[in-house]
Write a protein that binds this ligand. Structure first.
Ligand code: 1HN
Length: 356
């Protein structure tokens, strides 16, 4: 696809603000009216101009600070003990891209994060520890490193850590999107932890093997699977890489899908995971979905605009909308990524541009 039209070089407003115009603007301003022609170019830019900047956090640094929070506040007091990744250009807005919230959550051995639900959808991507659980709609799923865990919108959910290790995972929520629409609701439950009505692994077992139960809810626009275990996903990208099924920009990449309709696992957030072979040099790529990346395995670097970020396991970095990026893998690496691509696709506004 060609880059969108670049015909307009001038960014200036329509002519000068003469004293007559200024007086007129002041007069209509009292009636809460404004002249479109003074703002039109900014409202309709020739191509995306995100205020977001590229950014990178090293897992070891954030982990240390998160463990400090473990000494300062309990999971119960905090409700969720999370350090929020704030885009450096959008401090105070609790967002990493314009549409997505992301943070690292810590739950210590013996702790419980109480049950609640909200209109925002959440995903977890497990980074450290093993054996804590998330309970979603009565399914208590034990989480391991690399697992992709879904909390669909309005689904009751709570977490607990019966293991002996602190557990850390990345939360990504579509909060800024839901809040943009002023459509956010939430509620708490009297019962701290949900009673389980389904076995661990139930939803993957039912929906994750290429068959669907007779009475599957065929109109479900989000995945019925609660946990996509890394142990099931890793062999797929490994197999693809071995048979050279490698995208020149992204590596051997798969997406997490809703098995009911083959679409993205959630309607607002699209998650993917890619294996980059040792020495992989990705070609330049950009798309309108600002994308959050997590290094799951390996070491490498990603050039975003003119900055290069060197990553290691657990690191989180973000490529803003329409900024060109390219990955390089020093060793065989695995990158998880998530963006608002499904939302943009359903609105018909998603674009990408690939270097040949
Ligand atoms: C939430 O419910 C969780 O359930 C984590 O673990 C982070 C950030 C904002 C709002 C709700 C969770 C959250 C959140």
């Amino acid at each position: 696809m060609d880059a969108p039209g670049n015909q307009t070089s001038s960014e200036s407003v329509a002519g000068a603000v003469t004293p007559e115009r200024a007086a007129y603007y002041a007069r209509i301003g009292k009636e809460n009216l404004a002249p479109l022609w003074e703002v039109l170019k900014g409202l309709v830019p020739p191509e995306p101009r995100t205020p977001c900047v590229p950014a990178h956090w090293r897992f070891n640094d954030v982990r240390k600070m998160l463990l400090e929070a473990g000494q300062l506040i309990t999971a119960k007091e905090a409700e969720r003990r999370v350090l929020v990744f704030e885009n450096p250009a959008l401090r105070g807005k609790s967002r990493l891209t314009q549409s997505l919230y992301a943070g690292l959550q810590l739950i210590l051995p013996g702790e419980v994060a109480p049950a609640h639900r909200h209109t925002a959808s959440a995903i977890r991507f497990v980074l450290d520890g093993e054996g804590a659980y998330t309970a979603v709609e009565g399914e208590k799923t034990i989480m391991r490193r690399g697992d992709f865990v879904m909390t669909p919108n309005w689904a009751p959910h709570d977490h607990g850590n019966p293991s002996k290790e602190p557990m850390i995972w990345l939360d990504v929520l579509d909060l800024p999107t839901v809040n943009f629409f002023d459509a956010a609701f939430s509620e708490h439950f009297d019962q701290e932890s949900q009673s389980n009505t389904k076995e661990d692994g139930d939803s993957y077992a039912r929906y994750g093997s290429g068959v669907l139960p007779e009475d599957a809810p065929m109109d479900m626009i989000r995945s019925p699977i609660i946990n996509y275990p890394y142990a099931k996903v890793r062999p797929v990208i490994e197999r693809m890489a071995k048979s050279d099924d490698i995208d020149p920009h992204h590596g051997a990449r798969v997406r997490y899908v809703n098995p009911i309709n083959g679409g993205w696992a959630t309607p607002t957030m699209g998650a993917q995971i890619a294996l980059l072979p040792k020495g992989f040099k990705g070609k330049d790529y950009r798309a309108t979905d600002g994308t959050i990346f997590v290094c799951v395995e390996g070491e490498g670097s990603t050039k975003i605009g003119d900055e290069t970020f060197t990553w290691a396991p657990g690191d989180v970095f973000v490529a803003p909308s329409w900024k060109t990026y390219a990955h390089s893998a020093k060793n065989e690496s695995v990158l998880f990524s998530i963006s608002d691509r499904p939302a943009q696709e359903s609105l018909g506004i998603w674009r990408e541009q690939k270097a040949a």
